[in-house]
Design a protein around this ligand. Structure first.
Ligand SMILES: NC(=O)C1=CN([C@@H]2O[C@H](COP(=O)(O)OP(=O)(O)OC[C@H]3O[C@@H](n4cnc5c(N)ncnc54)[C@H](OP(=O)(O)O)[C@@H]3O)[C@@H](O)[C@H]2O)C=CC1
Ligand SMILES: Cc1cn([C@H]2C[C@H](O)[C@@H](COP(=O)(O)OP(=O)(O)O[C@H]3O[C@@H](C)C(=O)[C@@H](O)[C@H]3O)O2)c(=O)[nH]c1=O
Ligand SMILES: [Mg+2]
Length: 307
């Protein structure tokens, strides 16, 4: 479908070298010109450079999957995590508000403490237990206060065929070792970076169709806010690893892979705490934008086929 251009101007995409940004580069390009400056051109630590870029390009959308995502390292680099995950987002929001651009931003299940026993809904109280989670929550809040029309997609456990992610780490370790120990008491849902990018293009398309050639901001403001979006279904890190290795064994019958053992998080100490319950209830996005994610098993199969 060719979308109605609501305002002129390109789509400004950050983080195009990342997992989600790399997929967005492909899914957003049918919607019009996408400008995706690399860190060497637009370093998000440099707030003035963000302002200059937005003022020069006057994008109709700013899509911001760039982030400081090193969860453990953030514990000892909080200033850098907050600079990218909060301060840069604040400036993006301020500049977007000024020119009437819509902002699409990504956040994380790690804004929750994980003590809830059900999948989280968007209105559940946040309480991050890591610096990364706290910095991402601060980014959500600053964007909401900026006055820009915005959509915040809170997702979880992102993986894909490229980039740094749990799936690729486990597959590599499973080839190298005899035995792997993986946390079995943290629950969540793996989310394929490409599924997220397709959802994002769909939502932009719908928002532009709703604006029907008029200013984008008005219909989008009604929908502004947080949306949960993960792969359908649920598992644990152990369940994810075991299923990935099971599927990969079928693909490569001759290869020996490690046995995988489920362990409690208490036996796998890391600098940052992770929530025990990372499950996100995705009904709001389904109802507002008519989008359902595929089951994580299905997407995993497609990713493994690409490796
Ligand atoms: N990965 C996950 O499991 C999850 C991620 N999220 C959120 O989803 C979004 C996308 O994550 P994902 O794609 O996995 O992230 P990646 O870590 O794969 O990519 C991060 C991107 O941000 C860029 N970036 C980091 N710092 C700067 C900077 N100072 N200036 C310019 N660019 C910078 C990186 O550029 P460079 O290549 O130059 O470093 C890279 O392109 C993020 O908001 C993240 O918080 C939410 C839940 C789960
Ligand atoms: C490699 C490995 C990890 N683990 C555990 C540690 C951790 O609890 C979990 C996942 O490992 P990771 O290093 O991928 O975890 P982490 O970097 O915390 O992943 C998170 O990244 C950020 C950006 C998010 O927003 C989250 O949604 C989530 O995806 O698996 C094992 O138990 N055994 C292992 O061999
Ligand atoms: Mg990680």
């Amino acid at each position: 479908m060719i979308p109605t251009k609501t305002t002129t101007g390109p789509i400004l995409l950050t983080g195009a070298t990342g997992q989600v940004g790399g997929e967005l580069l492909n899914t957003l390009s049918p919607l019009g010109e996408v400008i995706a400056p690399l860190r060497s051109t637009l370093d998000l630590i440099n707030l003035q450079s963000i302002r200059d870029t937005i003022r020069t390009l006057r994008p109709r959308w700013i899509v911001n999957p760039a982030a400081y995502t090193a969860v453990d390292k953030a514990e000892t680099e909080p200033d850098l995590a907050y600079a990218i995950n909060r301060d840069a987002v604040r400036v993006i929001g301020e500049e977007a508000a000024t020119i009437g651009a819509g902002v699409i931003h990504f956040s994380t299940d790690y804004v929750f403490d994980g003590t809830g026993t059900k999948p989280y809904v968007e209105t559940d109280p946040t309480n991050p237990v890591s610096v990364y989670g706290a910095s991402k929550l601060a980014g959500e809040q600053t964007l909401a206060q900026s006055g820009a029309a915005h959509l915040i997609f809170r997702t979880s456990w992102v993986y894909g065929a490229r980039g740094k992610n749990f799936l690729l780490t486990i597959l590599k370790l499973a080839r190298e070792r005899e035995h792997l120990r993986v946390i079995g008491d943290q629950y969540g849902a793996p989310t394929w970076s490409r599924d997220l990018a397709q959802m994002t293009a769909h939502v932009i398309d719908q928002a532009e169709a709703a604006a029907n050639g008029q200013n984008l901001t008005a219909p989008l403001v009604d929908s502004s806010g947080v949306y949960h979006i993960s792969g359908a279904g649920e598992t644990t890190w152990y369940g994810f690893a075991a299923e990935a290795v099971r599927q990969q064994r079928e693909r490569e019958p001759g290869i020996r892979f490690a046995e995988i053992e489920a362990i409690p998080a208490t036996e796998y100490p890391l600098p940052a705490k992770r929530p025990a319950n990372s499950r996100l209830n995705c009904t709001k996005l389904q109802q507002r934008f008519n989008w359902r994610m595929p089951n994580w098993h299905e997407s995993l199969q497609k990713v493994l086929a690409e490796l």
